[in-house]
Design a protein around this ligand. Structure first.
Ligand SMILES: NC(=O)c1ccc[n+]([C@@H]2O[C@H](COP(=O)([O-])OP(=O)(O)OC[C@H]3O[C@@H](n4cnc5c(N)ncnc54)[C@H](OP(=O)(O)O)[C@@H]3O)[C@@H](O)[C@H]2O)c1
Length: 339
């Protein structure tokens, strides 16, 4: 499909393609999952909480799969998205990205499920705690948003490589506001919630671009790229039982921000395009056309985010912290099998 023809409401047929989404219990991860399933994909829906995972699973069954069986998918979804003749499918998997043991266990299960066409590294703490907290000895936000995804992507590299898949890391426009170089990535000194969040998003972006450089250099047939959703808020998003139930006050406040925001469904469009558009290449950065809202558009990350020296530093930091070494050589052999 030509790049100009991409329509987020009318995705290409993704039947036979398999994706894994982290943090798919609500927000962008949930809506990205809905969009992929509606386009015919099989999605491994992951989350840290079994009840929320079950609620998200039930919501997709209700809004996409049951509605498709009744022949009313587009209306039931409320987003006006096109439904494909063959609806997709989904399964759930417990995965806490702040917990290395949980990641290893989930990855072991996911590996048995076979090839993966895409990995959406979406889970994240968006509102960090007021004071620094640690989990497994690491600062909570950095562990959840960065280290967990670094481990998971390394653990699943082979499954991506066998089908020439891709991984999408989630950045943020907050990384454009000021210089937030992660000199002290886990904020042992000078923790603030804002700094913890922005540094984690600088890190995911830098690692996403660094991963692509390393994958190319090693000849691994996997692309790594970065996407961001603009400013996507729940009060401007369709209500979904068990998944998105904002209070009246949240709706009121979020609607006051209408000119500078969008819904989470729309925020997910750039993430899904980065994951599923065959014309997109590794090393790219995608977000909404008008920064905070709009249709998916290729954009340029700030200079700091493209700095290979910072990429090397963060990569080494993550390898040491997680003890995960990406299996580049093994994954490169998949290229020969692909030919
Ligand atoms: N919304 C925006 O405007 C915006 C802007 C820029 C970037 N982003 C990025 O987009 C991603 C999603 O944001 P969102 O707005 O959709 O946030 P959200 O509505 O708060 O959803 C966050 C998701 O991440 C999950 N999560 C949090 N900690 C986790 C953990 N330890 N293990 C597994 N899952 C975990 C949550 O699961 P639970 O249901 O269990 O809490 C939830 O499913 C984040 O990476 C965020 O940084 C968002």
């Amino acid at each position: 499909m030509a790049r100009t023809a991409w329509d987020p409401r009318r995705l290409p047929d993704l039947t036979g393609r398999r994706y894994l989404v982290t943090g798919s219990t609500r927000g962008l991860g949930y809506f990205a999952t809905e969009q992929l399933v509606r386009a015919g994909a099989h999605v491994i829906l992951t989350g840290r909480n079994p009840n929320r995972l079950a609620a998200a699973h039930a919501a997709i069954e209700r809004r996409v799969l049951d509605a498709a069986a009744r022949g009313s998918g587009a209306e039931a979804a409320g987003g006006g998205e096109a439904r494909h003749p063959t609806s997709g499918s989904l399964e759930t998997l417990l995965l806490d990205t702040s917990n290395f043991g949980s990641i290893r266990a989930a990855a072991a299960t996911a590996r048995t499920r076979g090839p993966l066409h895409g990995l959406l590294l979406n889970a994240g703490i968006v509102h960090p705690p007021r004071t620094r907290q640690t989990v497994g000895g690491h600062e909570l936000v950095f562990a959840t948003n960065v280290l967990g995804h670094f481990s998971l992507a390394g653990e699943l590299l082979q499954n991506l490589a066998v089908v020439g898949g891709r991984m999408v890391w989630i950045g943020s426009m907050s990384t454009l506001l000021g210089d937030h170089e992660p000199v002290d990535p886990e904020l042992v000194n000078d923790y603030t919630p804002w700094r913890a969040y922005v540094q984690s998003k600088v890190a995911t972006t830098v690692l996403g671009l660094e991963a692509d450089r390393r994958l190319r250099e090693a000849g691994v047939p996997v692309a790594s790229l970065v996407a961001h959703p603009g400013y996507a808020i729940s009060g401007r998003t369709a209500g979904v039982r068990g998944v998105n139930e904002p209070s009246r006050m949240t709706r009121f406040i979020d609607n006051l921000q209408a000119p500078i925001s969008q819904s989470k469904e729309h925020g997910a469009h750039a993430l899904v395009r980065a994951l599923a558009d065959a014309d997109i290449e590794g090393g790219q950065f995608w977000g909404p056309r008008y920064l905070v809202h709009g249709t998916p558009h290729r954009t340029t990350p700030a200079k700091l985010l493209r700095d290979p020296a910072l990429g090397t530093r963060l990569w080494d930091y993550c390898e040491n912290a997680t003890r995960v070494r990406w299996p580049f050589e093994k994954a490169a052999r998949a290229r020969r099998r692909l030919r």
